[in-house]
Design a protein around this ligand. Structure first.
Ligand code: V47
Length: 406
């Protein structure tokens, strides 16, 4: 047994898999199912941690200063796991104009914010121009911010709506400021499950084809998997292998994000419930082990809760997403986490796990490595925050004086 295996697997079925992992061999479909069926969480976690450490020996954990934006919740589709969607005119339905979006977010966008994460409903009445204008307006107002926008399902919807090809839709969005694509809409690829949870949505081949096209055009994208509802382990592994195959072909994926299903206020919740912390940590770890060609695995703290996201950093995850600021999709479905963690919260969370927080931009260019003593970092961040508040107050006073002089 190699030196790294300091814990003997309790589950003997894991021994041949452990040997493969230490030899750097690719895991098969059957290996993936065996891992999911096993309750030997510590061995699975240790294997995933071994892979993570090999890729990332410095122990970096990435985060960014981002802001989520959901332009509208009005949606033509009726995915039964979704608590966010509304019909036009239904209580709570909204659709912000591009100008409203720009103004609503202004109080929370400092020059340190590097990413807008933009996803929303499929609004049939607005047309493709609305979505293009959302990007243009944001780019005009905040030219330094990277726009990570629209899932493959939205891209396919724009193509259906306009009669344009996926490539042409993506090219027009890129001209309007699109910088990369988030990983949503993947749910579970297997048709047995997809038919039951999101029958109207682009199917697996279409989702993958959109990402293939995006990668060919030079866009980096993410991928997700919605787990913990009615799917079986076989469906999860099938999903991971389809992603791994596309990544072999294009190399365009950056990060995989397992999305823990939230069962409140949606139809599917009548048949499914919250999955466990055990399942979440195992899913993170198996994702790291199966997706041997994905650079990063994200423990999205909003969905997992900060304490479980912190544990996930020892189960193969090397990213915790960002500051987020405003989150609607999971909070409508029962999430009880905060909507925002500030940078210092994220840094403390990562440091308390014995890892090194690294602030990144969307494309994983490093902005700052926080490896200095924590007290120094805290003092610096707080001093920077105070300076910003004073500058903002001075700017507001200058504006008031200018107005009274007019
Ligand atoms: O595709 C919807 C999921 C996704 C529920 O790329 C739900 O960095 C759980 O893709 N319970 C959109 N999940 C969000 C998304 C995402 C999130 C964070 C980071 C990135 C990234 C992408 O949200 C949808 C769907 O799978 N979702 N309803 C629910 N009840």
């Amino acid at each position: 047994m190699p030196l790294e295996l300091t814990v003997q697997p309790n589950d003997p079925n894991l021994i041949p898999i452990a040997e493969k992992v230490y030899a750097g061999e690719r895991l098969t479909f059957e290996d993936g199912v065996t891992l999911f069926r096993s309750f030997d969480l510590l061995t699975i976690g240790q294997l995933a941690d071994f892979v993570n450490r090999q890729r990332n020996p410095q122990g970096y954990v990435y985060f960014n200063q981002n802001r989520h934006i959901n332009p509208t919740n009005i949606c033509a589709f009726h995915c039964n796991f979704c608590s966010f969607r509304r019909d036009p005119g239904e209580p709570g339905a909204y659709a912000y104009s591009p100008e409203e979006i720009v103004e609503r977010i202004r109080p929370t966008v400092s020059e340190r914010v590097t990413e807008f994460h933009i996803v929303g409903g499929l609004h049939t009445e607005y047309g493709f121009d609305y979505y293009l204008e959302v990007l243009r307006a944001l780019k005009r107002a905040y030219p330094w911010v990277h726009l990570k926008a629209f899932t493959a399902v939205e891209i396919d919807f724009f193509a259906q709506m306009t009669g344009l090809s996926h490539e042409e839709v993506l090219r027009q969005l890129m001209d309007a400021g699109l910088g990369s694509m988030p990983g949503g809409g993947a749910e579970i690829f297997h048709p047995e499950i997809r038919r039951r949870i999101c029958p109207e949505k682009a199917d697996a081949d279409t989702w993958l084809a959109v990402h293939r096209t995006a990668h060919r055009l030079g866009l980096r994208t993410n991928a997700t998997m919605l787990y913990g509802h009615i799917e079986k382990y076989e469906h999860r592994v099938d999903h991971l292998i389809r992603l791994r195959e596309l990544q072999d072909e294009t190399g365009g994926f950056q990060t995989f994000i397992p999305l823990r299903y939230h069962p409140e206020n949606n139809q599917l919740g009548k048949r499914a419930t919250w999955t466990t912390a055990h399942d979440t940590l195992k899913t993170i770890a198996v994702s790291r082990l199966m997706l041997d060609n994905f650079p990063h695995i994200k423990a999205y703290w909003i969905m997992l809760t900060p304490p479980i996201a912190q544990l996930a950093l020892h189960f193969g995850a090397d990213d915790i997403d960002g500051t987020v600021v405003e989150e609607k999709i999971y909070h409508e479905a029962g999430a009880t986490t905060e909507q925002q963690l500030d940078k210092l919260d994220l840094i403390r969370l990562v440091r308390a796990a014995g890892k090194i927080p690294v602030e990144r931009d969307t494309l994983y260019n490093i902005i700052e490595i926080y490896d200095r003593p924590l007290e120094e970092i805290e003092a610096e961040v707080i001093a920077r925050r105070k300076r910003r508040i004073i500058e903002q107050a001075r700017a507001r006073r200058r504006e008031r004086v200018a107005l009274t002089l007019q």
